[in-house]
Ligand binder design. Structure first.
Ligand SMILES: Cc1cc2nc3c(=O)[nH]c(=O)nc-3n(C[C@H](O)[C@H](O)[C@H](O)COP(=O)(O)O)c2cc1C
Ligand SMILES: Nc1ncnc2c1ncn2[C@@H]1O[C@H](COP(=O)(O)OP(=O)(O)OP(=O)(O)O)[C@@H](O)[C@H]1O
Length: 272
């Protein structure tokens, strides 16, 4: 997968050979089941129409820019993890647009011409609630018109669970209240954190990579993955840290900075 970073200065360089593509649009934090439906629909169309399969996302989150930092977005995954998931889904070109005030003030039509048509986009796939352009005035109902008929559009209908729209916001709220047992129904898999080990006497402190959201304080059942080894144990979240008990049998392969993945299964003891 090729990753292409775009901002207002790269817009002056017209791509030399823009290959025709289908593009999935959105922020896609966490890659939940709604996002997966959008990505998989785009892939299906790319295969049917024999076009390249692309995805466009933004960074930082629009809310962080538009609310002038008054709302801190708690990301579910860093960009590197989003790239990994998109690569696994078969995306061939991943456009990351720098979301700044200048970009936010583009009219819907400018966005369509300068960021989609200019890059060879022929078919857009996004969810029913995707918005674009100044004040988010562009929406799926007017996208074909904004493109003067030069784009085909697929609007993915709402993917829900228990009568609610699956959303990154809903998943953030579940994590913040420690309901890790419910996450799989929305995400399609357990919530995963990536970090590095720091051996601290008889415990392992996990230094979580930036841009992950830590579950509420408490004790959790987690699946620990280190290289090819994996096992289930209890993790404690306290004072914004993740602590694992260290077992004597592990002493040969546990070193500072060893990479670790933690899959969060359920809360055993919440800290109120
Ligand atoms: C060109 C462009 C300009 C935007 N300008 C605004 C804006 O002025 N105000 C706003 O609330 N959102 C704006 N947005 C953000 C969208 O409303 C939306 O949050 C973003 O496209 C991510 O879509 P998603 O949340 O459906 O993934 C803009 C988006 C794009 C692509
Ligand atoms: N439940 C859903 N069903 C169908 N499409 C969805 C769903 N959730 C998001 N999408 C689509 O996926 C893309 C990315 O959406 P976005 O990142 O805004 O997700 P979100 O879960 O709504 O995020 P947030 O809760 O932060 O607003 C957009 O095209 C959006 O319309």
């Amino acid at each position: 997968m090729e990753t292409i970073y775009l901002n207002h200065s790269t817009q002056n360089i017209v791509p030399s050979k823009a290959e025709s593509c289908v593009i999935a649009l959105g922020f896609f934090d966490g890659m939940h089941l709604g996002h997966q439906e959008v990505i998989e629909s785009a892939k299906r169309i790319a295969e049917e129409r024999q076009l390249r399969f692309a995805c466009m996302s933004f960074f930082p989150h629009p809310k962080e820019v538009l609310l002038s930092g008054s709302e801190k977005v708690q990301y579910l995954m860093p960009m590197a993890e989003k790239q990994k998931v998109l690569h696994e889904k078969g995306v061939e070109k991943f456009y990351i647009v720098e979301f700044d005030r200048r970009f936010a003030s583009l009219s819907p039509k400018q966005f369509v011409y300068e960021y989609l048509l200019q890059y060879g986009v022929e078919h857009v796939v996004a969810g029913f609630d995707f918005t674009y352009g100044y004040r988010g005035e562009g929406h799926m109902g007017r996208l074909a018109e904004d493109a003067d008929g030069k784009l085909d559009v697929l609007k993915v209908e709402e993917v829900g669970c228990k009568g609610q729209k699956i959303s990154s916001t809903l998943i953030r709220n579940l994590i913040c209240s420690g309901r890790m047992d419910l996450i799989e129904e929305y995400l399609g898999r357990s919530y995963e954190l990536v970090g590095k080990i720091r051996v601290n006497h008889d415990v392992l402190e996990i230094v979580i990579d930036p841009y992950y959201l830590l579950p509420a304080s408490g004790e959790y059942e987690v699946l620990v993955k280190m290289g090819v080894a994996e096992w289930v144990q209890t993790a404690t979240v306290v004072d914004g840290k993740v602590i694992l008990q260290k077992y004597d049998s592990q002493r040969h392969f546990l070193h500072d900075f060893t990479n670790v993945r933690l899959e969060w299964k359920r809360c055993l003891v919440p800290v109120l």
